[in-house]
Design a protein around this ligand. Sequence first.
Ligand code: GDP
Length: 480
Amino acid sequence: EAITVQELANRMAARGGEVVKALFRMGVMATLTQSIDADTAELVVQEFGHRVKRVSESDVEIGLEGAEDTDTDLQPRPPVVTIMGHVDHGKTSLLDALRKTDVAAHEAGGITQHIGAYQITVPDGSKVTFIDTPGHEAFTAMRARGASVTDMVVLVVAADDGVMPQTIEAIRHAKAAGVPLIVAVNKIDKPGVKPERVKQELLQHEIVVESLGGDTQEIEVSATQRINLDKLLEAISLQAEVLDLKANPNRAAEGTVIESKLDRGRGPVATVLVQKGTLRQGDIVVAGAEWGRVRAMLDDKGRQLKDAPPSLPVEILGLSGVPAAGDNFIAVENEARAREVSEFRQRRARDKAAAAAGAGRGNLTDMLARIQAGEQKEVAVVVKADVQGSAEAIGVTLGKLGNDEVKVRVLHSAVGQITESDIQLAKASDAVIVAFNVRATSQARDLAAKEGVDIRYYSIIYEVADDIEKLYKGKLAPVQ
Ligand code: GDP
């Protein structure tokens, strides 16, 4: 599993020197002709803003996404929208109300089913897909796994309540993901509400709505009284036009798992969002590390489909197991290939788990002993992550942990590789370092070893929370 720096640069159409520099910043010294391992290469590829796709071990180890689509291949696709906002501001009500605006619903004849996302047809005939799990947790969980499914966020703010903590969190998440926002000021049917106040409050968070001279669309709605839903849909269409959303429907399907479950009667069931290509009944797919032949495909109206174009969420049956939300799925040419990709992904997951298990040593054992003995009242954590969204999500998640005996404190949460100053900070505060999809510079690694600072490596958010929880409960298994 290796690739030379030059070869990697060629595949990214980047300059060799730039790749060498990027490696240097990550603490890896390499010349153009030297080989680097696949994990390191993957980090570099991400750093250059490309998505990584390792197809199989026998084939190209690190390739950029299959053949790039040319302009002529691309066709317009419907926008995919996520609704976020503070609890009780009306996210669920709005999702329900928008779903009922579907002008194609009456011809469907099927029965509405909740599969994690739905698509509606608006009066002008265009379509919009909504992710049906409101809130930012699903959004960040997906992003943390490298999936980006949302084209825009509708931020719901109740006119009677205004900007609240989760509103601000949602704004941060959308910004971190670089996804545009549309503000829906909800509950305007309530007597005495002041939508103007909401606009002013949003200003403090750098959201300037159009009526105040900014470029964020804002619509005053009532989800329950069904006021201005058409205007909201128009705003979504307008934003979609600006984004010029396109995909090539004429290629093997690729996309993201939105939701999954083990159904008693039907076996593993996954809702996937097709993002490229067209998924067909009978296709052989790999979703996460699971694979299988698509035995049946159903839409959110319970209709059996033969094919699913880009932006359509569908429930698929026939996988060998249950993949995770945020996992990538691809259609492949045959079963042998599916097995190969699946085995590769399984191995990679094992390697990462092993690396994480091997990483924690030294003072962690001491810390556990102190916690068990009731001597230590706090677990301090330094978080470093590859992207802002993940750093924030982990910070927020860890900040909520802790019990009466032991508190969890996030000292510092930032984006980037782990440096000597992180080690010094951790050492000074007896903290554990959580590394999310990032590495330590070699100097930092040496210092950590010398000072007995623990760096724990992760690539899945809930595993971070699980481990830290075990830590403060004094139950983390000692690492061998
Ligand atoms: P969520 O937590 O953001 O999903 O909020 P919900 O959709 O569950 O709504 C919270 C409460 O606000 C419920 O009691 C809704 O009936 C109510 N609600 C939602 N939208 C409106 C609205 O437009 N007008 C009024 N008056 N109440 C609303």
